[in-house]
Ligand binder design. Sequence first.
Ligand code: ARG
Length: 290
Amino acid sequence: MDARPCFLMTDASAFDVSYRINPWMDPGAWTAEHRAAALAASGELRAALRGLGARVETIEAVRGLPDLVFPANAAVVLDGRVLLARFRHPERQGEETVFRAVFARLKARGLVSELVDLPEGVLQEGAGDAIWDAERRLFWAGFGPRSNRASLGVIRKTFGQEVVGLELASERFYHLDTCFCPLAGGAMLYHPEAFTPKALATIRARIAEANRIEATAEEAAAFCVNAVNLGETVVMARPPVTLRAKLEARGYRLVEVDLAPFIRSGGAAYCMTLRLDRTSDARPAILAAE
Ligand code: ARG
């Protein structure tokens, strides 16, 4: 068995900002240079993950589906089970059949074991809104702007795991992964202003103060909370020095990739990937001994 972390990514050659479904997107400001830079940036992220010992499966781009480069939104995956997403916006709904076929192929190859459909009427935008916390062994599930509240019970039932719902308060931080990132060792990087007062109270009740790392508005707008964590390493879009200092002080090592073209679509490292190999019983890699 291959013990390497395994990520799904999408070839970025059809990536564009051609519509606007979140406040970061401005089709009028998108140019051919951005498109070229996006291809390079996506390659850099893939290389960074491989450099850290991960395996990356890359699926083909589909013209007309620019946001297919964000496979975190395709499904929630745990223990080989794949809960297929349903998108809120018509602009992304065409991705559903593409990803269904992708997961069917992954199943045929033994990379996942079971595909599950959401009930009628339930909206759920994949791992972007349902983040597995390997330390606490539960899902944190965002709802409001994209996924709806009804998705929480479906996730609970599908995976047989605890689900803690967090309502998102702003259109700028429309997926949970833009504002919330569990790190190995139990720390939580999050942007408080993205949450409703109730969600914020839940976070603070569940996570000890010593484990909470607050991202400022500037750090969150740099899409650094949208990070991939592998042990003590955190792969993210270019961080402000303030964030680098906070994380390094806690023993994390940052790998930065310039993901500016993707930030123009409202996404970065975490949502450009989908982790396929997570199991509910695995502890995350622990931080290097002090
Ligand atoms: N343009 C995409 C959208 O608005 C970006 C998705 C980024 N994904 C994420 N999980 N943050 O749907």
